[in-house]
Design a protein around this ligand. Structure first.
Ligand code: BGC
Ligand code: CA
Length: 293
């Protein structure tokens, strides 16, 4: 196994809610977010620089666009950031029914769409949904009744989508039709005990295994496609939010974390909460997917 399983700090960022890491293979840069203050970060591992773009409202997730720039799930819908990172334009407004809510995690699908889900700020059960943004900027609701819409990943052939609604304490799989973007046949493939933390963001590796961040659990777990836990990676921060593979040959795992949800005593005990960590876990990621607009 791994050369360097012990995570190191890539950016001691003190993020409030560090999230949504995306690896840009063309530029060899890591994009990541601080959701609540609405910041999109661009980290260059070669120089250590970490630039920030201010969206002006909470930003739950981002995907790379084929034309350059980013597609964003913002508090109240979707937005597009241009290729020079100069301006952000709202692409679609989504009215959240019920309590005050915001977009949370999202990801590009294998056919160039962007899927992202929502959650109520007060975590009202069932108040969230999962939506799809097509390249022509139309929005379709795919699922309702979710609570904290979180991690998304697709199998390499694009025909299985993996999905996490955090309080359900597990990972579900769906049959996915890359041609139409339709979901079918929801089933539970991984159960995670509450004592291990809340399943949050996830990514998939070249062997089809899922790497799941555990919020409150100070860990990332690797599960086989059959749902067996086969690796546990531990972190010096409890609120671990989302992993992505990056670096040369997609051989490094980058993992975000949060200070949100920790009290003063916990923050004092976890000085690196809110950092972006990196670990050589002896696995390789799948190439990142892009939004077709
Ligand atoms: C959300 C947080 C939430 C966490 C729980 C994150 O994706 O942005 O607000 O506390 O999931 O798993
Ligand atoms: Ca998340």
């Amino acid at each position: 196994m791994p050369a360097r399983q012990r995570p190191e700090i890539a950016i001691d960022a003190c993020a409030t809610l560090g999230e949504g890491p995306v690896w840009d293979e063309q530029r060899q840069l890591l994009l990541w977010l601080d959701i609540l203050p609405g910041l999109v970060h661009r980290f260059d591992p070669a120089t250590g620089s970490d630039d920030v773009f201010r969206v002006g409202k909470p930003v739950g997730s981002a995907g790379l666009r084929r034309s350059g720039g980013l597609v964003l799930a913002v508090e109240d819908g979707f937005a597009l950031l241009d290729k020079d990172w100069q301006r952000v334009d709202q692409a679609a407004v989504v009215q959240h029914p019920g309590p005050r809510a915001r977009f949370n995690e999202g990801k590009c699908d294998p056919a160039g769409r962007f899927l992202a889900g929502t959650m109520a700020y007060d975590l009202t059960p069932g108040a969230g949904s999962l939506y799809r943004l097509d390249p022509d900027l139309t929005v379709t609701k795919l699922l309702g009744g979710v609570t904290i819409s979180n991690g998304l990943a697709w199998s390499a052939d694009g025909t299985t989508m993996y999905y996490i609604d955090s309080p359900t304490q597990g990972v579900d799989a769906f049959d996915y039709d890359p041609g139409t973007g339709r979901l079918a046949n929801q089933r539970r493939i991984v159960d995670i005990p509450a004592a291990a933390g809340l399943p949050d963001g996830m990514t998939i590796d070249a062997e089809g295994c899922l790497w799941v961040a555990l919020y409150g659990g100070a860990a990332v777990h690797r599960y086989t496609p059959e749902g067996r836990l086969d690796t546990t990676l531990s972190f010096p921060a409890t609120n671990i939010t989302c992993p992505v593979f990056g670096g040369p040959g997609l051989g490094l795992l980058y993992v975000t974390s949060a200070r949100d949800g920790l009290d003063e005593r916990q923050l004092a005990a976890q000085p690196h909460a809110g950092a972006v960590f990196t670990a050589d876990v002896g696995a390789q990621g799948l190439p990142g997917l892009r939004f077709a607009s």
